[in-house]
Design a protein around this ligand. Sequence first.
Ligand code: SF4
Ligand code: SF4
Length: 361
Amino acid sequence: MMMSDKCKEHVDSCRFCWMCHHICPIGNATGLERNTARARALGISLVNREAIPLSDIMDNIYECACCSACVKECVTGWDPVMFTKETRLQAAMEGVLPEYINVLVDNCLETGNAYGITELDAKLAEAIAKHADKKNVVLFLGVDARYKVPEAAVKAIKVLEKVGVEFTVLAEEPTSGAQLEYLISAANETKEQMAACADVLNGFAKVVVYDPQDAKVFKREYKEWGVELNAEAVTFTTYLAELLAEGKLTATNSGKEVTYQDPFQLARDLGEIEEPRKVVSAFATLKEMLCNGKDTMWAGNILMKEWMNDVIVDVAKDRIRNAKGVGADTIVTASVSEYAALCSVEQLDVQIITLEDLILA
Ligand code: SF4
Ligand code: SF4
């Protein structure tokens, strides 16, 4: 397999190390040695040494959420996310992606979302239609909210309506490229989707990004890969915190005790820790759970449910256990994908709500 010298160095440094195995949400959910950064590195190193074919390790390569908990934990600065993504890119170029990933990639290319959905939910379409006029600010919903959790997208629109800001929502929203970035990394197809999206968004002054996964690629990968997004990209949570500080979003603290689930894309990748806490604390009493802020533990997502649903449910169960551990009976989410994963656990002890639910209550 073609792999950069930089990645090979990271692979060879990780392959016999155990130091971050306790931090992997997938490894913790499955209890399997294969779900550690080290095991993934060992598999890649065997491919690099031509001991096994690349196709032999591909299932394992797609058992990583790329949540960067191991990267954060690594005191020596090695990066399993980097070599995992480079392996995905190489597998795409060599035509050895698992069939279940090929299907999702094809859907992304044909429909703009990995699920292959083309119709919007009627209520969401109605809510979007009210904001068809061109304003300076565009609310970017993202594919998970638009096609998988439309009720959350409707509430996000309602929150901005409540505040009274003028904004556009695109009926034909381009895909950010975030799903392809996760599935096949820096392929030409990913960059083409990103460039097409930037072209549309550059017609606005500000993009309020609802989904943290989109926010991460707008603010990080676009820059890294030279995709010019001239519009100012601001996360939905930071935008709410700004509106709160300006007195445009008014809050009454209900006194309800809640805990907050930091999306890793916001807390770890973008360093956004305080902004969502300001919003949550304005409406409720915040009780921190184990592993918060930069140390957050991923609570699952919608995309990986496509090929490892049971594991994602177990990942979400672990996070609900963390909330129960501090006596919290409500988890406030800021990622629509984590919200869906947490809601997929059959349980009655902990209520799962979005930041918008908290504001609109
Ligand atoms: S990322 Fe760091 S701690 Fe984790 S396996 Fe690699 S070298 Fe060890
Ligand atoms: S990026 Fe996350 S899911 Fe992947 S090995 Fe590291 S901790 Fe586990």
